[in-house]
Design a protein around this ligand. Sequence first.
Ligand SMILES: O=P(O)(O)OC[C@H]1O[C@H](O)[C@H](O)[C@@H](O)[C@@H]1O
Length: 305
Amino acid sequence: MNNSGAASDQRVAVEVTKDRNGIDQVVLRNPRGASARVSLYGGQVLSWKTDQGEELLFTSSKAIFKPPNPVRGGIPICFPQFGNRGALEQHGFARKKMWVIDENPPPLHPNDSNGNKAYVDLLLKPSEEDLRIWPHSFEFRLRVCLGADGNLILLSRIRNINCKPFSFSIAYHTYFSISDISEVRIEGLETLDYLDNLCQKERFTEQGNTLTFESEVDRVYLSSSNVVAVFDHQKKRTYTIRKEGLPDIVVWNPWEKKSKSMVDFGDEEYKQMLCVDGAAIEKPITLKPGEEWRGRLELSIVPSC
Ligand SMILES: O=P(O)(O)OC[C@H]1O[C@H](O)[C@H](O)[C@@H](O)[C@@H]1O
């Protein structure tokens, strides 16, 4: 594949396979044995593993991997709408579309150069049907990279190829795999304002130094710093979320009652997942004709005590 990277190191591997429903997926491996798997359905990262083979992303045991259902787990991309904040279906249509491998992506900015990474370039363009419900021509380019250090990087470029401006919101709805929701805390959200989806999107200010969980949480934290950390005490590790172009952070755990009402959630599985998304929601991004937006999300783990 010339669309994907074996950049400068032969031990970096990129392989295209099919899932059990015949959908193409791309497996990235780094020299140390870390891996990531990306489905062309939704352009969705479904797995991210350490060099010890430990899965870092949650996927529900009841996830439905067949179109037209969205897949409950991994990193669904919510675009061009987040949640029900607009006229489109929940979280927009991108997570339910077949993306293609981009054989010939335009050059990246030098800061985004590949280094020693395994990567794949994906592309989503609107279908006739998409244009009927959202009449804006765009090209959404997604590069998924697995670094030599095992970090997972999602680099997005969205271009307006229309003759009029359009606005969109976006979220990388990242389902982290955690030991137990009651053992986890998030740092980096202190003093921020947030919109609470459980209170009609009312605006509040975070009072605590850290965020811990005792019931359902469904919030959009506004204008956060570019680094947010999720500490998992039991697993003795910390997820770090670094973001550019993505001012907001979504935090979601459905807790028991809501997860029981969802057909694609296993019993008690809410304890093993926490969504923390890099996002642009409160202030939608507007692109004039010919303009391009760039967003970058980098996920890493470090041991903690
Ligand atoms: O069930 P989904 O459409 O995948 O949405 C899952 C969740 O996504 C976001 O976190 C929203 O804020 C939640 O309200 C929603 O329940």
